[in-house]
Design a protein around this ligand. Structure first.
Ligand code: NAD
Ligand code: UGA
Length: 465
């Protein structure tokens, strides 16, 4: 039914669609890859010298492949009509209204793309769900596509699940050398053929034994479970960080000792001010909602605990700052180092910085923020969405260098682990601050002893003074 894939289209030119398609175009010169999006301004940026997202290594690959076998376009109908294989890579944010509000992922964008495909497809298409979705989402996509098939016998569809495991900041490395690629599909002859076609694309650079094929539902569920396990490790270590602060144990020593057990492993055990990013919270909540819908309240409650600890960790850190600053931060200037949800990205979605700053704003602190990659307008919008535009204009300033941000401040709060924060001249910074000057390290990147020698009062997650 399905011929050899020579034209790939991706609907959704975001953090996943852009980098993933750039990698496919880079590794498969024989395939034409077109990325489309309904956001025409974003497509214009993908076609410009300044790409809409910052990701190490992305510019080089895009600039080399663009207009050769990689195209960015707003002409969605044309791209769909011509494609052999279509990735659906649109956003699936937590719903903010109606049933499942605050828990379930909003599937309206995925559904809308399915309908667009049904409308403009002209021949056989392999449709690949790349967005993270709840189990059985492929069934809904398939249902919409089968309806179109009824009226046009030239149409043939197979829906595959191919979740993405890249992490922001390391997306290009993750895509070039993935731990695994996961492809779920039907076990019918057409289903197996569609899976084989997608395997063939990845085989251009991924060893065959790292390409896992499963049934559709296992693939959809595995994506949610992988993110839930990763988030759970962070909440586990963060919960223990509180025990460390109360006992004299050191969280980095505990993580090292525990992680040395090869069954546990050392990765993803870095205590922090809480995980952020567009996916961990969304996907754990999606799993919780799914379990509630399946009438499995004990499973739902178990995973909800991961989110509860994360919210508590953010609050706990903000409370610690207030307590250490003599129980009042009213009108005090506090410098915030880092706003992105992790280093090497300009992405701020669900960043813990937003919530820590919100707590400090509620206490009327004056925050002066510096982040090397986040735009000022982005910070102000994020903060206004959890407080008010009025509070933001009264309490927030954004600086373009860390020394200015810290000048005259009572404290520095490190919320993102940017490498450049380690290299700063803290003697100079200390001289320009109010005294006693404090540093709160929410990322465990600074040398506490060296800072104390300079004269700082220090506090770091999971350590006791
Ligand atoms: P994003 O918001 O960066 O990009 C999604 C894009 O889809 C937007 O540009 C939007 O305009 C476009 N879009 C939405 N509806 C459309 C429609 N009907 N037609 C055309 N374009 C449409 O999202 P993202 O971060 O790339 O995430 C996409 C999916 O991948 C989500 O399900 C997410 O959970 C998953 N995921 C994300 C990451 C990550 O690191 N960001 C990693 C793995 C998986
Ligand atoms: C995460 C997963 O790592 C990816 O595999 C997945 O594809 C992606 O979600 C997704 O589905 O969107 P990402 O959110 O980009 O990727 O970044 P991570 O490196 O996982 O970091 C997430 C958050 O956890 C960050 O705020 C980070 O600072 C925090 N973190 C991470 C810790 O606090 N401690 C750690 O040990 C690791």
């Amino acid at each position: 039914v399905f011929g050899k894939v020579s034209k790939v289209v991706c609907v959704g030119a975001g953090y996943v669609g852009g980098p993933t398609c750039a990698m496919i175009a880079h590794k498969c010169p024989h395939i034409t890859v077109t990325v489309v999006d309904m956001n025409t301004a974003k497509i214009a940026e993908w076609n410009s010298d300044k790409l809409p997202i910052y990701e190490p290594g992305l510019d080089e690959i895009v600039f080399a492949a663009r207009d050769r076998n990689l195209f960015f376009s707003s002409d969605i109908p044309k791209a769909i009509a011509e494609a052999d294989l279509i990735f659906i890579s649109v956003n699936t944010p937590t719903k903010m209204y109606g049933r499942g509000k605050g828990m379930a992922p909003d599937l309206k964008y995925v559904e809308s793309v399915s309908r667009t495909i049904a409308q403009y497809a002209v021949g056989p298409k392999i449709v690949v769900e790349k967005s993270t979705v709840p189990v059985k989402a492929a069934e809904s996509i398939g249902c919409i596509l089968r309806e179109a098939q009824k009226n046009n016998e030239n149409l043939k569809f197979q829906v595959l699940s191919n979740p993405e495991f890249l992490a922001e900041g390391t997306a290009m490395k993750d895509l070039a050398n993935p731990d695994r690629v996961l492809i779920g599909g039907e076990t019918s002859p057409e289903g197996l053929q569609a899976v084989a076609e997608l395997v063939r694309i990845y085989e251009n650079w991924v060893p065959r034994d790292r390409i896992i094929t499963t049934n559709t539902w296992s693939s959809e569920l595995s994506k949610l479970v992988a993110n839930a396990f990763l988030a759970q490790r962070i909440s586990s270590i963060n919960s223990i960080s509180a025990v460390c602060e109360a006992t004299g144990a050191e969280i980095s020593e505990v993580a090292h000792a525990v992680g040395f057990d090869t069954r546990i492993g050392s990765k993803f055990l870095k205590a922090s001010v809480g995980f952020g990013g567009s996916c961990f919270q969304k996907d754990v909540l999606s799993l919780v909602y799914l379990c509630e819908s399946l009438n499995l309240p004990q499973v739902a409650e178990y995973w909800q605990g991961v989110i509860n600890v994360n919210n508590w960790q953010r609050r706990r850190f903000a409370d610690k700052i207030i307590a250490e600053l003599f129980n009042t931060v009213t009108d005090k200037k506090i410098a915030i180092f880092g706003f992105a949800f992790k280093k090497n990205t300009g992405d701020t979605r669900e960043s813990s910085a937003i919530y820590v700053i919100k707590h400090l704003m509620e206490e009327h602190a004056k925050l002066s923020i510096y982040d090397p990659k986040v735009q000022k307008s982005q910070m102000l919008n994020d903060l206004a969405s959890v407080t008010s535009a009025d509070d933001v204009s009264r309490l927030i300033t954004v600086e373009t260098d860390p020394y200015t941000a810290a000048r005259g401040a009572h404290a520095i709060v490190v919320l993102t682990e940017w490498d450049e924060f380690v290299e700063l001249n803290y003697t100079r910074i200390h001289d320009d601050m109010q005294h006693p000057a404090a540093i709160f390290d929410g990322r465990l990147i600074l040398d506490q002893k060296a800072l104390r020698d300079i004269g700082f009062r220090t506090f770091a997650i999971g350590t006791s003074p």
